[in-house]
Design a protein around this ligand. Sequence first.
Ligand SMILES: Cc1ncc(COP(=O)(O)O)c(C=O)c1O
Length: 406
Amino acid sequence: MTSRRSVLASGLSAAALYAAKTSYTYAEIDRMIARGDVKGKLSKADLPTPALIVDLDAFEGNVKKMVGYVKSKGRAIRPHGKTHKCPDIAKYIIAQGAVGACSAKLSEAEAFADNGVNGLLVTTAVIGKHKIERAVAIAKKHPDIIYSMDNAQNARDMNDAAGVAKVKLNVAIDLWVGKRTGIIPGDAAVALGEAISKLPNLKLHGIQAYAGHASHAIGFENRKKVSIEAMTPAVETRFALEKKGISCPWLSGGSTGTYNIDTHIEGITELQPGSFMFMDVDYNRIGSESGSEIYTDFKNSLFVLATVVSKPKDDTAIVDGGLKAFSTDKPFPPQWRGGNELPYAFAGDEHGRLTLNAGKQVSIGDRLEFIIPHCDPSVNLHDRIYAVRGEQVEAVWRVAARGLGQ
Ligand SMILES: Cc1ncc(COP(=O)(O)O)c(C=O)c1O
């Protein structure tokens, strides 16, 4: 029988070795993947490509570091589920110490709630009769869910629907501290808090304040300045409400880029970062507190595994992952996990083009891993995330909220 060493010595790549080792038919692999029965059985070489994979050692390390850091500063953490859209991941992070999971959209919250995730915070307002009906239906089964809102009419609408359904809804005032949604901090927000506190079927939980423009500000000192400027009015609003006798014990905000800034701002009680668990090319660029231009606080754990399917020219190889495998909202392409020697360029919907004149050679059939330009929209392109340790596949996580943008 051929040993691993003799196969490698014969010049076959490790990828070919694993493929050669597998004795499964594709139908068997497909069934194992569908059942999630993969641990100790499947290796990366068995996966159909392009495949979204998570390096478990890096992922678990990122979670441990973020949860440990935030808790060590006396704050709670409720990581954003818009990043992973996977109930399995939300439940794993809760088991590591998070208080729950955020969701960006109502349908995402439904997917999490239906799959047993507790402690949900919906970070954008629920607008319109049907969505409010759905919000109330989730709250009936998950009374700890918190809904964000930024205007009095929506508060009244939510209150009325909650009254009909005989539930009490926890709500947060969404503050405009970034460039997205929310009511202006200060008097307007305090007035909304007063209005909410008078509505019998709503309970004011606190303030939701996400400053997205701070998270990717380049350079730590710059980011610190931007985040403090953005979040100070949120803290002031919280204390202004308290001064009026309106209980506001909770203020949630922050991101992967600002976790070690916002946890030092007095008055912020909870963080809601998302990307830290996976990281991406975009976040790698923001710079660390140490002064390094690369953001080294968290490791890249999310990759697209792709296969070399064509070598039309000596200096060109084509892989089977293109615009449908990676997000395309950023001005930079995916990066080969191994370094700079295989520059990638998008080559259409299904393909990517690698330039081979930087030192590294590849063969048809080789499998390569690429760091994703932007993690959240990339996850939304895949049905599953394969959790791998080394070459072995340990779990298959269903992206249950994939495509749920309503
Ligand atoms: C409301 C809200 N909170 C938190 C986050 C998490 O940010 P990050 O992925 O940068 O950590 C996001 C991301 O877009 C967000 O929209």
